[in-house]
Design a protein. Structure first.
Length: 446
């Protein structure tokens, strides 16, 4: 089925052809006609199947046929990276239309974002937190909104954005079209659809929370201390040309990037400690092939939309099934073939088994050729090399200073015994018959 049969605007069809797409994906084929009929929609499809175009193409088509002033469409996404990715798609598809697009997210100046609200861009793409921050006092900007899209709804639930979404929805006209898109749909999310949508139609492509079939999956069962060595060993394969590595923490991402750089492997990082400009620079360098490996955390992963990723490596195995689906969905996009490699330590085995029960699929265990999985861990410091236990009254001198290693006593007697001190802090005159213990002054003077 060609795009022309879906009833899209001619200018949209021209942009789609120039982008290089010839046939719609299953989610686009099913969802676009529903959106064009002005029906509310719940769209569920695996990551990398074209969900973004499934809502941007029909919305742009309807905006083009009935131009008007003010903000008419609002897309809410959980991360700024995803906002930027959606904006890139919208600008590509709307290149032949006189429509304006604005983005609203944190980490950058508010002034141009406020200006976009006040002047009324046709379509606004925003993260919930920043949107609420700047919309206060400017609620009238939402008076003419016709379309609301909640993208990556499951992630917004995980990140605690549901209260913010409720506040945003209250500011919108009741008569509107609401589209709800996600790669996964939990029972909690299904309950929320009753609040935001009216008699929605559901389009579901594949089993819920199932990884894409175009991704080959494998597991290396390995000790935690061997993960850096195994990653470097696997990267000797030239077929791993464009690799996305996921770690659980931002500090772990920085450690991996440093090891890669030390080994002469170009890399970049994306996590919450990086500024927006740093994130965009790392993503663009990865997209352009200037860096071979991009190390990221789950918080930033939802906006990574890069064609040609050959491998995804789960350096730390995710505890949540949905995160696994989203991670490996960064490769094997748009019918391309990709590979997902997971490092699983003994502490992470329960998460792996939980994923296999959830998806009803086993993930093959593999071994890398030429790698020793039984290498011992780093030797611990022996007890004989440790410094002796600090003695009462001892003051340690930092290494490198004179008299290092000799004990000094602060305020004590030369023989090491404590001196008598009165409660007022003055040296005592002995404690015979006065006070309690070694302190003088406890008691009444005669």
């Amino acid at each position: 089925m060609p795009f022309r049969s879906l009833g899209l605007h001619e200018a949209i069809l021209q942009a789609v052809r120039e982008t290089g797409y010839t046939e719609p994906t299953p989610i686009q084929k099913e969802a676009i006609p529903v959106v064009l009929r002005r029906k509310d929609l719940i769209g569920i499809a695996q990551t990398g199947t074209g969900k973004t175009a499934a809502f941007t193409l029909p919305i742009l088509s309807m905006l083009a046929t009935a131009p008007a002033n003010g903000i008419r469409a609002l897309v809410v996404a959980p991360t700024r990276e995803l906002v930027v990715q959606i904006e890139e798609n919208v600008r590509a598809y709307a290149r032949h239309l006189p429509l304006t697009v604005a983005t609203i997210f944190g980490g950058v100046s508010e002034k141009p974002q406020i200006k976009a609200l006040e002047h009324g861009a046709d379509l606004v793409i925003a993260t919930p937190g920043r949107l609420l921050d700047i919309i206060r006092g400017r609620e009238k900007a939402f008076a003419h909104i016709e379309f609301l899209v909640l993208d990556e709804a499951d992630r917004m639930l995980d990140m605690g954005f549901v209260p913010a979404i409720r506040q945003i929805v209250k500011l919108l006209p009741r008569k509107r079209q609401t589209l709800f898109f996600s790669a996964t749909l939990s029972r909690e999310i299904e309950k929320l659809t009753g609040e935001f949508l009216t008699e929605p139609e559901t389009v579901e492509i594949g089993r819920r929370s199932n990884p894409a079939d175009t991704v080959t999956q494998s597991v290396h069962e390995i000790s935690q201390h061997l993960k850096p060595t195994l990653l470097l060993h696997l990267l000797q394969d030239p077929r791993m040309a464009m690799v996305l590595v996921f770690t659980r923490t931002k500090h772990g991402a920085d450690r991996i990037a440093r090891k890669l750089d030390q080994a002469g492997i170009s890399s970049g990082t994306i996590h919450s400690n990086r500024s927006q400009n740093q994130r965009l620079r790392a993503l663009n360098e990865f997209r352009e092939g200037k860096t071979r490996v991009l190390v990221a955390t789950d918080i930033a992963a939802r906006g990574i939309d890069v064609d040609g990723i050959t491998h995804v490596v789960n350096y730390d195995f995710p505890p949540h099934h949905e995160d696994y689906v989203h991670r490996i969905g960064r490769t094997g996009r748009a019918k391309a073939v990709g590979e997902a490699i997971s490092f699983v330590s003994r502490e992470e085995e329960d998460s792996l088994r939980g994923l296999e029960r959830f998806t009803r699929r086993g993930v093959p265990r593999v071994k890398a050729d030429g790698f020793d999985y039984n290498q011992p861990g780093p030797a611990r410091e022996s007890g004989g090399n440790r410094r002796p236990v600090r003695k009462p009254g001892e003051v340690r001198v930092p290494k490198g200073e004179p008299n290092h290693g000799q004990r000094r006593r602060r305020g004590g007697r030369p023989d090491g015994k404590p001196r008598d001190v009165s409660m007022s802090g003055e040296p005592g005159k002995g404690s015979a018959g006065k006070g309690i213990g070694r302190f003088s002054g406890f008691g009444r003077k005669k």
